[in-house]
Design a protein around this ligand. Structure first.
Ligand code: SF4
Ligand code: SF4
Length: 588
């Protein structure tokens, strides 16, 4: 293997974790973090898993740390919300083997339902946070994070953003330091927190003081002295943007963004005339700087930051340039280039199309969840009323039922994908049964985690390394929860799907309709022979009903719809809708 390679930040993190000699890595797929676990799975000497959700991933990886092994857990920013219950206790209990928590934040919401600045979690939990600015640093910072974790007996955050996760730069490899896990230590006074937690509370403050001292000489907090007119304080990908805009300025580049090195900040600010704080999202560094009471040579802090930047979306060199050019206008990355609007669409033959066609036809109120089926909110289906976060849809539907049971009870449907159901959909379904709800749930089982790129989950019978394993039987699981009415339908069979939905909605009890058909983008599905369809112009009555299935293989811009032979996968859904037999399979 070459000693240098072009790697994305995520690939580099995986390499760094391997070089650091980790034994266990867990995660739940979520853009922009997904490739970390996928790349770790390529190392045979690491135990790697996709877990059912981020809290489970956190608990398993932390358990490995308690057993004496270096371990890592990886998630996107909202995943930290799911794992937070466990995370907030670990500063009390500390670690045994080094323990690193990766949060991949998504400024600009490229693939997320919200934008949140997870730097605040480091301050909230009082645990250190490192932030790399390129792939080489991503690799090195993981190793440093493990050392800090073991040195201070604390979990360590490694924060990336979409740009560092997915951008590629050259990475120089080192040898791996593989050592066996440390011996397990029976230490209930450290790990049984509720009983001895009060005693451990003061450890957190003492440790924080020591980490603040450590931050002063931490080599990845670097000062680059140049012109003293402008001093830029920054971290992560913003360092790259600012460096491009102010090549002659002095820089304080923070590798560790919590806790901050107060003396170093004072020394830096004292040496420059004007401070620019360049950071994405919230004024995290700026606020801490002000709280520390840092001053310039003139006595007060001559600082510019969020007064010229918006606290929304991503920055770019252009935005940094524009912000400090003094015209006062706050810009965001999103407005840079005018791209023609291209609404996201479902794939040709997507099994979810059949379900949404039926739900739209039945005029149901649909609470959705996180997955590619969120596209059901767009025309022609307009089928989704809500989509909040992982697992929320089923609980949201039950809440609506509680308020408008008489009028909405027979119209309410919660839709959820198979991976999301296993992540956090089971508990709210139990709640419906337990509290005598009547909401109908559609489990859209397409046999994969579709949205993030087909990661394995416990319903698929395959592990992250594609080894065979037990596959959850949804019918048995849902039956064990207490749902009596369970129907399985093929969403390509529109008639059967409609019948099953009507039947479920008519009941005065909870019902689950499992819509089962594999995602058309799975390799085994793509490998099947597909016969495309065509529209016979002489039979077409131009009623446009076939467009209602929302298939991007059908072009409806002309009076007679046209089916692209290259895109059509022959699912037959459009042909089923045509009342004039004007759509037929092309036989050869
Ligand atoms: S449903 Fe049939 S008749 Fe109507 S536009 Fe499509 S092909 Fe033509
Ligand atoms: S058969 Fe019709 S609905 Fe199915 S992929 Fe082809 S064009 Fe789309």
């Amino acid at each position: 293997m070459n000693s240098k390679q072009l790697l994305s930040g995520n690939e580099a993190i995986a390499r760094g974790a391997w070089e650091a000699g980790i034994h266990v890595a867990c995660g739940y797929p979520g853009t922009p973090s997904t490739e970390i676990i996928e790349n770790l799975a390529r190392y045979d000497d690491i135990d790697v898993e996709w877990s059912t959700n981020e809290k489970v991933a956190f608990d398993v990886a932390y358990g490995a740390s308690l057993a004496g092994a270096r371990s890592l857990v990886s998630m996107k920013h909202v995943g930290v919300n799911v794992a937070l219950d466990s995370l907030m206790v670990t500063p009390f209990s500390g670690v045994h083997g080094g323990f690193v928590v990766i949060t991949a934040d998504d400024p600009g919401m490229h693939s997320s339902q919200n934008e949140q600045d997870n730097r605040f979690f480091a301050k909230f939990a009082k645990i250190p946070m490192l932030e790399p600015s390129d792939s080489q640093e991503a690799k090195e910072f993981v190793k440093i994070a493990f050392d800090i974790s073991e040195q201070f007996d604390v979990p360590v955050f490694l924060r990336t953003t979409t740009r560092t996760s997915h951008s590629k730069s050259v990475v120089e490899f080192s040898e791996a330091k593989r050592t066996p896990p440390q011996k397990y230590k029976h230490d209930p006074q450290k790990y049984v927190v509720p009983i001895w937690g009060k005693r451990r509370r003061q450890n957190i403050e003492m440790r924080l003081k020591k980490m603040e001292e450590f931050a002063e000489t931490f080599p990845e907090n670097k000062i680059e002295w140049n012109s003293k007119k402008i001093g830029v304080i920054t971290s992560g990908i913003c360092y790259q943007y600012a460096k491009e805009v102010f090549p002659d300025a002095s820089f304080l580049k923070l590798g560790m963004i919590f806790p901050l090195p107060k003396k170093m900040l004072e020394w830096f600010c004292d040496g420059v005339e004007k401070i620019y704080v360049v950071e994405e999202l919230e004024p995290f560094l700026e606020e801490q700087l002000r709280l520390l009471g840092v001053k310039n040579p003139f006595g007060s802090l001559n600082l510019s930051g969020k007064d010229v930047f918006t606290n929304m979306f991503e920055l770019s060199p252009d935005i940094v340039q524009h912000a400090f050019s003094g015209n006062g206008e706050k810009k965001s990355f999103d407005n840079e280039i005018a791209i023609p609007p291209r609404p996201p669409v479902m794939c040709p033959g997507c099994p979810h199309s059949g379900v949404y066609f039926v739900l739209h036809k039945l005029k149901t109120v649909v609470t959705g969840d996180i997955g590619c089926y969120t596209l059901g909110a767009l025309p022609p289906f307009n089928a989704l009323d809500t989509t909040l976060c992982m697992g929320a849809g089923i609980g949201n539907a039950f809440g609506m039922e509680k308020v408008h049971r008489a009028t909405m009870g027979k119209k309410l449907v919660a839709v959820i994908g198979d991976s999301t159901f296993l992540h956090s959909g089971i508990a709210p379904l139990i709640d419906i049964v337990f509290n005598k709800g009547i909401t109908t749930v559609v489990l859209m089982d397409n046999s994969t985690t579709g949205m993030t790129g087909h990661q394995q989950h416990p319903g698929m019978g395959k592990t992250v390394r594609l080894e065979n394993t037990y596959a959850i039987n949804y019918e048995q699981l849902i039956s064990a929860i207490g749902v009596k009415h369970i129907r399985v339908v093929d969403p390509y069979d529109l008639e059967a799907t409609e019948t099953a939905m009507k039947e479920a909605l008519a009941l005065n009890e909870p019902a689950v309709v499992i819509s089962r058909r594999a995602c058309v983008l799975l390799e085994e599905e793509k490998a099947k022979t597909h016969y495309p369809y065509e529209v016979l112009g002489e039979l077409c009555e131009e009623c446009d009903l076939c467009l209602k299935i929302g298939c991007p293989a059908i072009d409806g811009s002309q009076a007679v719809p046209f089916i692209s032979k290259e895109r059509c996968i022959g699912c037959d859904l459009c042909a089923k809708l045509c009342n004039f037999d004007a759509i037929r399979m092309i036989e050869n």
